[in-house]
Design a protein around this ligand. Structure first.
Ligand SMILES: NC(=O)c1ccc[n+]([C@@H]2O[C@H](COP(=O)([O-])OP(=O)(O)OC[C@H]3O[C@@H](n4cnc5c(N)ncnc54)[C@H](O)[C@@H]3O)[C@@H](O)[C@H]2O)c1
Length: 257
């Protein structure tokens, strides 16, 4: 990816950076000069992301963390600041999509797991990231990865959809609360993006990728993780200095239809 942003001297934390759009975002920040804290519960993938960054001459460290766990989130932020001195930007991208049934057949365990990993995690990450950004000079920027499902009902994904609506509630409220402290908080809402999550979801439902791509974007293709990274980097850069509390759909026009 050719990158127009300059993040030299800045430290960026990306959760969910072992795979998919989190990894693409970590690579893009590193290419733009940032020190990147790669966080994920998946150790092998997280280390691979760091190796890829280092092979390209960038700076990164891997911090294993379950972002639904309070102690892990606090440790992840502490480790980032210990390694790189501060936290300028954070991207809360870790998430799961495990539901395949109508609401009345969804068990409580599945609902609770989705809420923990997709919503509680964003609450915890925001809380600890904001505390660090307030404690340091200069504020910061945060991007939460929501979904087009933050705006619409999605049959057979009631719990997932509820968590992604919730991510926007957290994003907008935190944006209002912390704008005066110099912290800009926004969300990116991806459409159908070619990642392991989407591949697994299509397999679990027996869907034909070509058919899904045709229905879920005006371009007849899936988005690439790098197309999400581009939006995230813009929202974390000084070029978006007047943008806050915004939910930016990056969906190949899907919501416009
Ligand atoms: N792929 C899509 O089409 C799509 C569309 C809309 C929104 N999203 C959202 O985008 C984000 C990234 O998804 P992706 O498609 O890149 O998926 P992915 O499965 O490729 O990557 C998700 C990453 O999150 C990590 N993760 C899961 N649970 C975690 C936990 N408890 N703690 C730390 N890390 C954890 C996984 O290990 C993985 O590396 C998710 O929040 C997802 O809900 C994806």
């Amino acid at each position: 990816m050719t990158c127009g942003w300059d993040f030299h001297g800045r430290t960026v934390l990306v959760t969910g950076a072992a795979s998919g759009m989190g990894r693409a975002t970590a690579l893009a920040f590193a290419e733009a000069g940032a020190n990147v804290a790669v966080a994920d519960v998946a150790v092998t993938g997280g280390r691979e992301t760091v190796k890829t960054i280092e092979r390209a001459g960038g700076q990164a460290r891997f911090f294993p963390a379950d972002v639904s766990d309070t102690a892990d989130v606090a440790n992840m932020i502490d480790a980032t600041v210990t390694a790189f001195g501060r936290l300028d930007s954070a991207v809360n991208g870790a998430g799961i999509e495990i539901e395949t049934t109508p609401l009345a057949e969804c068990d409580e365990e599945t609902f609770d797991r989705l809420v923990r990993v997709n919503l509680r995690s964003v609450f915890l990450c925001l809380k600890h990231e904001i505390r660090q950004m307030i404690a340091q000079e200069g504020g910061g920027t945060i991007v939460n990865i929501a979904s087009v499902n933050s705006f619409r009902p999605q049959p057979h994904q009631a719990a997932y959809t509820a968590t992604k609506h919730g991510v926007l509630g957290l994003t907008r409220t935190a944006a209002v609360e912390y704008a005066p402290a110099g912290i800009r908080i926004n969300a990116v809402c991806p459409g159908a993006i070619a990642t392991p999550m989407l591949e697994n979801a299509m397999k679990a439902r027996g869907r034909d990728p070509a058919d899904v791509a045709g229905r879920l974007s005006l371009l007849g293709r899936f988005g690439q993780p790098s197309e999400i990274a581009n939006a995230v980097l813009w929202l974390c850069s000084d070029e978006s200095s007047f943008t806050m509390g915004h939910a930016l759909a990056v969906d190949g026009g899907y919501l416009a239809r």
